[in-house]
Design a protein around this ligand. Structure first.
Ligand SMILES: Cc1cc2nc3c(=O)[nH]c(=O)nc-3n(C[C@H](O)[C@H](O)[C@H](O)COP(=O)(O)OP(=O)(O)OC[C@H]3O[C@@H](n4cnc5c(N)ncnc54)[C@H](O)[C@@H]3O)c2cc1C
Ligand code: SF4
Length: 518
């Protein structure tokens, strides 16, 4: 829907900028400026995003555009299938400039280096000034992170997080961390039991706007991964807030304790399931943290849960964004371990006998969601141990999760999960044998592989792959202090045992390369 009269400034709002207090909107004037939303074909297909993810973003954009209209903004909205839609931001900004003759283009910086680079060319192409404003929805600006990083030998999240605690005052008592410790992670590693009460995130029925989007996605993105229906995500701020309130009431108290747990058929456990809402701009990170701290202050949730929760948001979330912008564009190409095996097809289908992988991938296909430990210690761990090309792993994570935008996905995948950045982000590779998965989940009992067996056709593949990975990378990793103990075990191991493990890994990897079912 477009208006043909002119405007002073053209304000482009991207699909992950659905926030009323966005810097570009704050710099604009309802009476004189025009807001532009673009559903760009290029953005929906540069990786083949999950159907639920596309539906979520398009529906949330359409709802937010309506919200802005309701409060008096003039909005131009270009739908994916509108006549003349050029399919790119640049093409649509040019078309809007021809239509509206603005004096200036205003935009909040995007979450992706590729899009920022493109925006920087718009001024020359359009002959109009382009104001690219800071994204003030983050606590730490890109410049502030750069200053924090400058001169440091190591960029450890824990140090950054403490600064963010000081800056926000969250869980701080007279300049000291509440309870006397900065980090309660040591209390947060309990496996869950299937008979515990498991809250489910609230489900929202599609309204007519979402229903129209679902039909569009069904028709147009048939070859993309994922099950579209039932579609249950919140697509407005009001509903996303309801989802977060349900987390506060029913799950936050156990968030910390069971943060690393995994259970068959339990997709969400005590996780917040808000990352898609946060990253699209429907929820405000600081607001969520304040509400979690208020729950602690009134005794509704323990310190280990609330500290763990805010650490993910003011710590990890801000930190990975800083790492992304500090190191792009080179970061995207990093492959420190020289991994080159193609991503196995079962990442797209879930068709594998390894039950932990089938569970994590199956729920990803179903709901465009898996929680952190599934991403890190199941699908990520397997890819790292099997030497999968990190670029292919990155594209997979970017495509399959509803919360995936490059600024957050890329450092989590290449840095934290695949150790491809040479240890810039993580001090050691996140790897484990089947033993860890067995300890934290109830998967192994129902898996055709034997988790206790170290080698042989029936043995859990993670076991031989784990030792084979350590042996393959011994030269570069043996001096890592955090791997000292495992290398000591490997060095002491009987030669025949070592040989058997490496042979088992080689047989498994050959089957993987020959596309046999594993
Ligand atoms: C390989 C890999 C890829 C990932 N890709 C993404 C991604 O594309 N988008 C994304 O938002 N998160 C990503 N994460 C981080 C994390 O897995 C998700 O944020 C989390 O699972 C989202 O579910 P939740 O809302 O239930 O989170 P909870 O476990 O309830 O945590 C609360 C919030 O903390 C934040 N958070 C937690 N861990 C991280 C982290 N490591 N980095 C950034 N924010 C974090 C999220 O906003 C999350 O909503 C990835 C992790 C790994 C290991
Ligand atoms: S036995 Fe191994 S492959 Fe099977 S569920 Fe356990 S860790 Fe996964």
């Amino acid at each position: 829907m477009t208006h043909e009269t002119g405007c002073r400034n053209l304000v482009l709002i991207l699909g992950d900028q659905l926030t009323r207090s966005l810097s570009s909107l704050r710099a604009a004037d309802k009476a004189m400026d025009r807001v532009l939303f673009v559903e760009a074909h290029e953005e929906t297909t540069y990786v083949r995003h999950h159907k639920k993810k596309i539906a979520f973003v398009l529906s949330a954009m359409r709802h937010f555009a309506e919200e802005l209209r309701r409060i008096g903004w003039s909005v131009d909205y270009v739908k994916l299938e509108d006549d003349g839609n050029t399919g790119s931001f640049r093409g649509e900004v040019e078309r809007a400039c021809r239509r509206l003759s603005p004096q200036k283009i205003v935009v909040t910086e995007p979450g992706e280096w590729r899009v920022l680079e493109d925006m920087k060319t718009w001024q020359a192409a359009s002959g109009l000034p382009v104001d690219i404003l800071d994204d003030t929805r983050f606590l730490c600006s890109r410049a502030e992170f750069r200053a924090w990083a400058s001169g440091r030998k190591q960029l450890r999240m824990e140090h950054f997080y403490r600064d963010m605690r000081q800056k926000t005052g969250l869980l701080m008592d007279d300049g000291k961390p509440a309870g006397g410790r900065w980090n309660y992670d040591a209390d947060n590693r309990k496996p869950a039991r299937a008979d515990l009460f498991m809250p489910e995130p609230p489900r929202f029925s599609p309204d007519p706007v979402t229903a129209e989007v679902l039909t569009l996605v069904e028709r147009r993105f048939t070859d993309h991964i994922g099950t579209l229906r039932p579609f249950w995500f919140a697509v407005t701020r009001a509903d996303a807030e309801k989802a977060f309130d349900a987390f506060l009431d029913h799950a936050l108290a156990d968030f910390g304790t069971y943060q690393d747990a995994m259970l068959k058929g339990e997709k969400f456990l005590y996780h917040a399931v808000v990352s898609a809402y946060l990253n699209a701009g429907l929820l405000d990170p600081l607001d969520l943290c304040r509400k979690a701290v208020a729950a602690y202050q009134k005794g509704a949730a323990p310190l280990n849960a609330v500290e763990g929760f805010i650490r993910q948001i003011i710590g990890w979330r801000e930190y990975v964004r800083g790492i992304y912008w500090l190191n792009m564009p080179d970061y995207a190409a990093s492959n420190g371990l020289g991994a080159s095996r193609p991503l196995p097809d079962f990442y797209w289908t879930g068709d594998t006998d390894m039950l932990c992988m089938a569970e994590a991938i199956g729920q990803t296909i179903g709901d465009a969601y898996a929680h952190h430990i599934q991403r890190l210690m199941v699908t990520g761990n397997f890819a790292l141990l099997a030497g999968i090309d990190p670029q292919e792993v990155h594209e997979w994570y970017l495509a399959v999760y509803a919360d995936a935008y490059e600024w957050v996905e890329l450092p989590n995948t290449l840095g934290m999960s695949q150790f491809a950045d040479g240890g810039l982000l993580a001090s050691k590779p996140y790897i484990s044998s089947g033993n860890y998965i067995n300890k934290m989940s109830d998967y192994c009992g129902s898996c055709p592989y034997e988790v206790k067996a170290r080698n042989g056709a029936d043995a859990c593949p993670f076991n031989a792959l784990y030792w084979d990975f350590l042996a393959r990378h011994k030269q570069s990793m043996k001096n890592n202090p955090r791997l000292g103990q495992v290398y000591a075990v490997w060095n002491k191991m009987d030669g025949e045992k070592r040989e058997a493990l490496r042979e088992s890994a080689a047989i498994f990897l050959k089957r993987l390369d020959e596309k046999q079912k594993v």
